[in-house]
Design a protein. Structure first.
Length: 182
């Protein structure tokens, strides 16, 4: 209506409530995820119009199936709805497993990537590319040149974030890669 009062749109942050504390969300959902035998990898809350999008990334040593994601999603929804941690606006919950582009930063990430080709910056060695032969609590063994004689052991303190290299076809199985380092 011409000449009538005009209301400036509220800032996006204000429309979404802007007060969701990801730490508090984590405090609510982490016990549910752990009880399901999964690891919480990431929590991210973003504004999506008048709603919020809550992205939760979970993983396990056995992977995360679609059924696992659906089950944990229902359990997380119930836990979140029992407290007011998400604020007054509606939200969409998205549960997923980490993608191949997730950086390898924790010992469990390296262990779960056993047999995969990775690239990583190593202190005093620069950029190293190799296949993960074994990963345990102390470090990673890489087959650097594709030959068993070129296996090198690196402690986690010497490693930057590893990046899985996408390969087309099947990785070699003769390496005997294991997830537990044996």
């Amino acid at each position: 209506m011409p000449g009538g009062p005009r209301h400036a749109p509220r800032p996006r942050q204000a429309m979404a409530g802007g007060s969701v504390d990801e730490g508090k969300v984590t405090d609510v959902i982490e016990p549910v995820i752990q009880a399901a035998g999964l690891d919480l990898e990431a929590v991210r809350v973003t504004a999506a119009g008048r709603r919020r999008l809550l992205r939760v990334v979970v993983d396990s040593d056995h992977g995360v199936s679609l059924d696992d994601a659906a089950t944990i999603s229902r359990q997380l929804s119930a836990a979140l709805d029992s407290v007011a941690v998400m604020g007054e606006f509606p939200y969409t919950l998205e549960v997923s497993s980490p993608g191949v582009d997730r950086p390898l930063t924790e010992p469990r990430h390296w262990r779960r990537a056993a047999g995969r080709l990775v690239q990583v910056t190593v202190v005093d060695s620069g950029l190293v590319r190799g296949r993960i032969v074994a990963a345990d609590a102390d470090g990673v063994t890489l087959d650097v040149d594709g030959e068993p004689k070129a296996r090198r052991r690196f402690g986690y303190a010497a490693l930057g974030a590893g990046a899985i290299q996408v390969e087309f076809g099947h990785p070699p199985t003769e390496l005997g890669a294991t997830r537990d380092g044996h």
